[in-house]
Design a protein around this ligand. Structure first.
Ligand SMILES: *Cc1c(COP(=O)(O)O)cnc(C)c1O
Length: 445
């Protein structure tokens, strides 16, 4: 199909007309099917980057494509001034099957937007439950290595200078504490603290899970100090870690009860859809009022969020995740991949962090800093290796300077996993062979 413009497409347009805010790989993806993508030249790639944990069901899933087409022919959008059946159905599914704790949902279009909702909820809660002198509590504690998004609130919540540096003044009220350090978390709490926001498994910084003790302590401190426990499950939620609830893959059952949870990525499987859940529980200051009713009429909103089309996508995606028991599959495949890669005893892989199909392979930075091509490229090892793997037909996502991530579709086949492992093993061996002999240790056979 041609676009309604007279000019023929020129690859130079990308750099000429599109902002340079990404260090893009020079490939153009044209088509996808299952775990595979094809570029303009027809080259085939195994996609274990998954659009950064988005393509839960792989590409061009026939059931999802039909659901989108059918709904588009019926009703794409109405405003949130009206009741939307698919919104109620999706919220019902999330509350009853995913969170399994009483509460209510709100739908938006992205992860950052969902986190903005959590931040606004916390601010409101701080007004409803002020300090003894009557001033609102507004401080939210977030953690080193976190990533919460690129909007002002979400970016300010992100405890990484490289994300918010250059955009100051950032939104005040965020207090950063070291991740997985209970004593430091406790020390960061002041009379103005109102919430703790964390990713149960940190994604962007390289797949780092909260420890069970840390999650437990955070929940205890929230109870003791009347703080909200806010979980950012935008990357780790809805099955990727092996459980529909990311935090339950660390602490099973109902040992901890979050106050609010944000989602995006997986839930839309590529369609822009995010959302958050708020727990039904009385406010400490007003026992007749529920936390999940705090964001009342006029306090929060969205034009696009929760449309019939978007919620049809969410219902279809979540329906398939539940029907095909994809969390269980993610858990067993993740274990299997970690076991296989560990068995290579590869000198360039110094750690494997697998949480279902959220897998970080930490590279041996010490050895790779001597690799002549990495030195010449001036790039971090993770980005250089991701480019190498791409050339070999495997897409992965760098996370930090020394970790590469696998975020395959949750319905990836065993054969595709075999293929991915084979490509990665070969490329690692080639990379190792190019090291100066002084820095290369032998590859275990
Ligand atoms: C990707 C991500 C976000 C931001 O989501 P967007 O849809 O890009 O706004 C927020 N939190 C976490 C944990 C993420 O991985």
């Amino acid at each position: 199909m041609s676009t309604p413009t007279a000019d023929t497409f020129d690859p130079a347009w990308m750099d000429r007309y599109v902002l340079p805010n990404y260090g893009r790989f020079p490939v153009w993806m044209e088509r996808g099917e299952g775990s595979y993508l094809w570029d303009r030249e027809g080259k085939k790639y195994l996609d274990f980057a998954g659009g950064v944990a988005v393509s839960t069901l792989g590409h061009a899933h026939p059931e999802l494509a039909s659901a989108i087409a059918d709904q588009a022919r019926t009703l794409i959008h109405v405003s949130n001034w009206y009741c939307i059946r698919q919104q109620a159905e999706l919220a019902h599914l999330l509350v009853e099957k995913v969170v399994r704790l009483p509460g209510k949902c709100f739908f938006c279009n992205s992860g950052a937007e969902a986190n903005e909702g959590l931040i606004k909820l916390a601010r409101k809660y701080g007004v409803a439950t002020p300090t003894p002198d009557g001033s609102p509590r507004h401080e939210i504690i977030t953690f080193s290595g976190s990533f919460h998004g690129r909007t002002f609130g979400a970016m300010s919540a992100t405890a990484q200078e490289k994300i918010h540096g250059g955009f100051g003044p950032i939104v005040p009220g965020f207090v950063y504490a070291p991740f997985n350090d209970i004593a430091a978390l406790e020390a960061a709490i002041t009379p103005r603290t109102v919430a703790i926001l964390l990713e149960p498994v940190q994604g962007e910084s390289g797949i780092h899970p909260a420890s069970a003790d840390f999650l437990r302590a955070a929940a205890r401190l929230c109870r003791e100090k009347d703080l909200l426990l806010l979980l950012d499950e935008v990357q780790c939620g809805l099955g990727r870690t092996g459980d529909l609830a990311g935090w339950r893959s660390i602490l099973p059952g109902d040992e901890i009860q979050p106050d609010a949870i944000s989602w995006a990525k997986s839930i839309g499987a590529g369609f822009p859809l995010g959302g958050f859940w708020v727990r039904q529980r009385p406010l400490s200051s007003h026992p007749d009022q529920a936390l999940c009713d705090l964001l009342g009429p006029g306090t929060h909103g969205t034009t696009y969020g929760g449309s019939p089309l978007a919620c049809t996508v969410g219902l279809t995606v979540l329906g398939i995740i539940l029907r095909d028991q994809l969390p269980t599959r993610a858990a067993s495949l993740g274990q299997r991949i970690a076991r296989d890669v560990a068995a290579w005893q590869h000198p360039l892989v110094s750690d494997i962090r697998a949480h279902g199909l959220m897998i970080g392979f930490e590279l041996n930075a010490e050895a790779l800093q001597h690799h002549p091509e990495i030195v010449a490229s001036g790039k971090p090892a993770s980005i250089w290796l991701a480019a190498r793997l791409l050339a070999a037909g495997l897409l992965v996502t760098p996370a930090g300077p020394n970790t590469i991530r696998w975020l395959p579709p949750l319905n990836v086949t065993d054969a595709d996993v075999e293929t991915g492992l084979a490509i990665m093993h070969r490329v690692l061996n080639e990379t190792h062979a190019a090291l100066p002999t002084s820095s290369a240790q032998p590859v275990a056979s």
